[in-house]
Design a protein around this ligand. Structure first.
Ligand code: SAM
Length: 224
């Protein structure tokens, strides 16, 4: 990774609507029990995307063309990255998520209409056409890719130890030498343990020195 130099006065975009509030873009169906206003509001709640600087660094790497984000939720992070890369020829961006098949009691109201909220945000940012969805469990989705075929994979699905371990084991072989495997929320005990167990060394990206939500990453050209 290149050295991180934050632009003066740069403010990361966190949980803010990307365009002004308005009617849903064409093609977004109304859910019977939800008004357009509710969809708009719900599309921006519980947004955990707080690593735009990391994705800016990724977007600067011209050798990164095949990308997978595992755990996309309402599309806040993947649409941001896709937006940065929209003019790069040959770019392939895959979104892996269970969408409505996820079980997440705390957020079940959102999970029940997750693909609607996700598509809403992708349409709003005009990134829908740039992203291919894979609706499956993370480890099963990994089987759809050849070994060493991915330039960058970002793991942000289930943060429990067993799941993160499974995700790293499933996706690591899919990343080419020189590519990057990374993930969010390094402070979660399960994430921390699984990452530390798998990688003898890795990097932390946390420009604001936040207590929470740092990104961990590993450049596969490093010797393990
Ligand atoms: C923390 S959210 C992702 C946040 C997103 N990257 C962002 O920053 O906006 C986690 C997502 O992972 C999905 N998920 C959880 N377990 C999964 C699994 N085993 N396979 C695929 N997706 C999973 C959930 O449905 C949820 O949408």
């Amino acid at each position: 990774m290149p050295k991180i130099i934050l632009k003066q006065g740069f403010k990361p975009r966190v949980c803010k609507p990307i365009v002004t509030v308005g009617p849903p873009p064409p093609g977004i169906p109304m859910v019977k029990s939800m008004t357009n206003k509710e969809i708009e509001e719900l599309s921006n709640t519980n947004c955990w995307f707080n690593f735009p600087e990391f994705y800016q660094q990724i977007a600067q790497r011209l050798d990164i063309n095949t990308i997978v984000e595992v755990g996309v939720w309402k599309g806040h992070s993947i649409s941001y990255l896709a937006g940065l890369l929209r003019n790069r020829p040959g770019i392939k961006i895959y979104a892996v998520d269970l969408f409505e098949k996820a079980r997440w009691l705390k957020y079940q109201r959102e999970v029940d209409v997750l693909s609607l909220l996700y598509n809403y945000n992708l349409n709003k940012t005009q990134t829908r056409h740039l992203i291919t969805d894979i609706i499956d469990y993370s480890d099963k989705a990994a089987l759809k890719f050849e070994d060493a075929s991915i330039d960058f994979v970002f793991l942000d699905a289930d943060h429990e130890y067993e799941s993160v371990k499974k995700d790293i084991n499933a996706w690591y072989p899919k990343v080419r030498s020189g590519g990057i495997i990374a993930g969010h929320d390094r402070h979660f005990p399960g994430v921390k343990k699984a990452v530390q167990e798998f990688f003898t060394s890795f990097e932390i990206f946390n420009p604001g020195n936040r207590k929470h939500s740092a990104v961990w990453y590993f450049n596969k050209s490093n010797v393990m």
